[in-house]
Design a protein around this ligand. Structure first.
Ligand code: ZN
Length: 395
């Protein structure tokens, strides 16, 4: 692998570069000391890494505001330079991969999708993702050397200290893999990787229903259920990166085995697979004349019985979210993922449980809303990350 000047890039330098670009993509202008804290890199590694980014023209550093009288100037703040090429976003679901090429402000130029058992076949998934990126670049009439950044979301937690998939019960076939390194080697460029719900939160915050929000929960409700937690303007991942795995909250009375090895997890009751099974049952029964084609979830309000199924799923999710509302006092909950596309019936169920189970002051403070980006929130979050877009930037 080589840098833009044709020099070989060592694995350590590439990792430093990737960590710095990731931190700069997420946070507003930050000092070198903050970069060291955010990335866990030493001050000297940050210094060398920032110098390389400045030399490549990817970052800028201002002189910093004047400090108190007699103390000189404060340390300079490092920012990503506004980009002029294209960016690439990759969304790994549990059963699909989508890669998109976009302009630096997030407008999609080309998009490719493949259906695949992502959970069970990590190497095939990584190979397929690299192929999709090449195909999307070709569709967009772009070369790899025009790519300013690549980011990907994966449907499981990454250890924030090592970027390796560690949780042995969630995405278990990926354990021990470093997806950023794997994708970076396949594509020949540094790749930033994050949890899919965090990417969804970032997508809705940059382009959709999370604009202007600094304290909110993004819920990705699809085959699994995860939360992207944004607190005080920053993504919160916990000490090791597992924060937000709300799909594995135990529900009283639920007994089905979960893929994590526990029984009665939230996602055994309200995964999109389970909700679709319930919907097809209700619609068949309701029509009285055999199998009915399952409508798109967005059309459910016109099917009263089906809307009730989704509202009930919303109540179940809302019961778990009510505890989070008490703990974190968010200003909004943005419902995303495939189930989130059901819109009003789902919002109504979540709202009902929060009003019933959260403390009134916290419940009144939180707005419950559907995501605006639908199933593309994670992809847009990856594109925003790759572009280093600030929250609230326009599309
Ligand atoms: Zn579970």
């Amino acid at each position: 692998m080589t840098d833009p000047t044709g020099q070989p890039v060592s694995a350590r330098r590439m990792r430093t570069r990737e960590l710095l670009l990731g931190a700069l993509a997420e946070y507003d202008a930050v000092s070198r000391a903050e970069l060291s804290r955010l990335t866990g890199l030493s001050r000297s590694a940050v210094g060398a890494g920032v110098a390389a980014l400045l030399a490549e023209g990817l970052a800028t550093e201002d002189a910093g505001p004047p400090a108190a009288a007699g103390r000189g100037r404060r340390a300079g703040l490092v920012s990503l330079r506004p980009a002029t090429g294209v960016v690439v976003g990759i969304d790994f679901g549990h059963t699909h991969i989508t890669a998109a090429v976009a302009g630096a402000t997030g407008e999609i130029l080309a998009e490719r999708t493949a259906e695949l058992d992502v959970d069970g076949r990590p190497n095939d998934a990584l190979n397929s993702a690299a192929d999709l990126v090449h195909q999307a670049l070709e569709d967009a009439g772009q070369q790899l050397d025009r790519v300013l950044g690549i980011a990907a979301g994966i449907p499981g937690p990454l250890d924030v200290r090592t970027q390796v998939v560690r949780a042995p019960t969630i995405l278990s076939d990926w354990v021990g893999l470093d997806p950023a390194d794997e994708l970076g080697r396949r594509l020949g460029l540094a790749v930033t990787v994050g949890n899919d719900a965090d990417m969804g939160a970032r997508g809705e915050r940059a382009f959709g229903a999370g604009r202007g929000l600094d304290d909110f929960l993004y819920i990705k409700a699809s085959h699994g259920i995860g939360a992207g937690i944004v607190l005080a303007g920053r993504t919160y991942r916990g000490s090791t990166g597992i924060a937000g795995e709300i799909g594995h909250t135990q529900l009283p009375g639920a007994t089905s085995w979960c893929r994590c090895g526990s029984r009665g997890c939230l996602e055994t009751v309200v995964s999109i697979t389970e909700v679709r099974r319930q919907l097809s049952h209700v619609l068949k029964t309701g029509s009285g004349d055999g199998p009915t084609k399952l409508p798109a979830l967005a059309e459910l309000p016109s099917h009263p019985a089906a809307a009730r199924v989704v509202t009930d799923a919303g109540r179940t999710i809302g019961r778990v979210l009510a505890d989070l509302v008490n703990c974190l006092n968010p200003e909004a909950i943005v419902l995303g993922g495939e189930l989130g596309t059901a819109g009003a019936p789902l919002v109504a169920g979540v709202r009902e449980s929060i009003d019933r189970y959260a403390q009134p002051a916290s419940a009144q403070a939180v707005s419950v809303r559907s995501g605006r980006l639908g199933r593309q929130a994670e992809l847009f979050g990856a594109l925003a990350t790759a572009a280093g877009l600030r929250p609230g930037a326009g599309r």
